[in-house]
Design a protein around this ligand. Structure first.
Ligand SMILES: C[S@@+](CC[C@H](N)C(=O)[O-])C[C@H]1O[C@@H](n2cnc3c(N)ncnc32)[C@H](O)[C@@H]1O
Length: 203
């Protein structure tokens, strides 16, 4: 089983609100994005955003420059259909983040539950390269991935668990970490998953 667009399309098509990563509100992402202190017209990209409600929350909070990228057309379709007319206020990018060429830079790079699916060194290096291309000095990264006590498998795919030093190795020295925190995600079926979150600013 590989993390292909077809794999994720099938996951979304089988009922995204039952999937393990589903959350009704992107509470912690919202707090960390607010903690950047950036104005509401800052450029935000949600990497591997899929059907996430973060875009709904950000629009409700008054953010005006939001991009959602995902390689799964089905995931993006769920989000667009849910938003209705407001979907036109968002930029949607269907792309594999590893091979994507950013056309601009973003003030905030947000990733919840995407990086931990990248297992090969080359894929992690590609993630880091895109992160640096898509941000500039002063930009922020908000990244939430499985912590050391997180699961070994998610969505039928093997995942990597990150501890603080793993996340530091990914971000530093180009980013300075402002906050790092563990948080539990309660899946729709009640199972609890440990996440590690970082808020970091590009130097
Ligand atoms: C576990 S889901 C998380 C979705 C969303 N971030 C959330 O919090 O609800 C992982 C997402 O990453 C996307 N994804 C995985 N690998 C990707 C890649 N190489 N390029 C773009 N998107 C990818 C999947 O399609 C899926 O939407």
């Amino acid at each position: 089983m590989t993390s292909s667009p077809q794999h994720w399309d099938a996951a979304y098509d089988s009922g995204h609100e039952t999937r393990g990563w589903y959350q009704a509100s992107a509470v912690l992402s919202r707090v960390l994005i607010r903690d950047t202190g950036l104005p509401h017209d800052c450029a935000i990209i949600d990497i591997g955003g899929g059907a996430s409600v973060l875009v709904d929350d950000l629009l409700a909070d008054g953010y005006t420059d939001i991009t959602v990228l995902d390689h799964s057309p089905a995931g993006l379709r769920v989000a667009r259909e849910r938003l209705g007319d407001s979907a036109a206020d968002v930029t949607w990018v269907t792309a594999d983040l590893r091979a994507w060429t950013p056309e601009r830079t973003y003030a905030i790079w947000h990733d919840r539950a995407v990086l931990h699916f990248l297992l090969a060194d080359d894929d992690i290096a590609a993630y880091r390269a895109r992160l640096l291309e898509a941000t500039g000095p002063g930009s922020w990264a908000v990244i939430g991935i499985f912590g050391p006590e997180g699961p070994a498998v998610c969505a039928g795919l093997p995942v990597r668990q990150y501890d603080e030093s793993d996340l530091e190795a990914l971000l530093e020295p180009d980013f300075e970490i402002a906050q790092m925190t563990f948080a539990d995600h309660v899946r729709p079926d009640g199972e609890v998953q440990q996440f590690l979150w970082a808020l970091a600013q590009r130097t």
